[in-house]
Design a protein around this ligand. Sequence first.
Ligand SMILES: [Zn+2]
Ligand SMILES: [Zn+2]
Length: 275
Amino acid sequence: MESWIRVEAAGIPIEGRSSAGHESFYRLPTLRSALEIGRCPQELVAVPNVFVTHAHLDHAAGIATYASQRTLHGMATGRVFVPAAAAPGFRKIVDIHRELEGVDRYRAEIEGVEPGDAVRLRSDLEVRAIAGRHRVATAGFTFWELRRKLRPEYADLRPEEIARLRRGGADVAGPVDRMLLAYPGDSGVGIFDAAPEILRARVLLLECTFLRPGEEERARRYGHLHLSDIAARAAEFRNEAVVLTHFSARYPRGEIFDRVAELPSPLRERVLVFA
Ligand SMILES: [Zn+2]
Ligand SMILES: [Zn+2]
């Protein structure tokens, strides 16, 4: 864990590692989840819900390890959510490992998701799948805090009147869910049209693989974002914090911070660098 990166974005801790083409995973301790699994470091085995955006191995290689380790340690069945189109392939891989290990049943399940699918993690916490935009089948994920608030038509009533209505079965509170975090995974620039809701999450965890002028075409070709794509939309980000991640391994750490610091204000003040 020594080489892990830790940031706290608008009160949400994000821990892990991400370097394009090498390995990506993030542990979200307050949200009972991991995003991506990388090669499955030991610290991720105990995480009950894993959301993998796409099948590139630097994000997904550890799924069978996760399943095997949870079984070995007698843990409850873990859930690994992947894009629906990739689910049969992942099930096949994990099943081959299960057979080779001579195990009857692994304590992990692969579940395919489509945009709009919801996964309840707690009575007050839900993950919803959103569209992705990358070179292979991709799903993004948004984390929602589920809250209910008194409906405006009841706002002027006294507490005892509200209690009476409630006892009588009236639905006095309506949902006011809040998007805590959005993560679209590896993304081409089309993500801003495909899933514009990410711009309203409290925290946006966003890849920014390419940074240098002249690399824009390369970013397009590989279905990744370039820092200039983010700069061009600076005014559209409504997020409290934008965590930029998944930088190409070619950049020295100092260069990453220097280039990100060139983003226009006031976006720049809300950006955190995960490197
Ligand atoms: Zn990647
Ligand atoms: Zn990828």
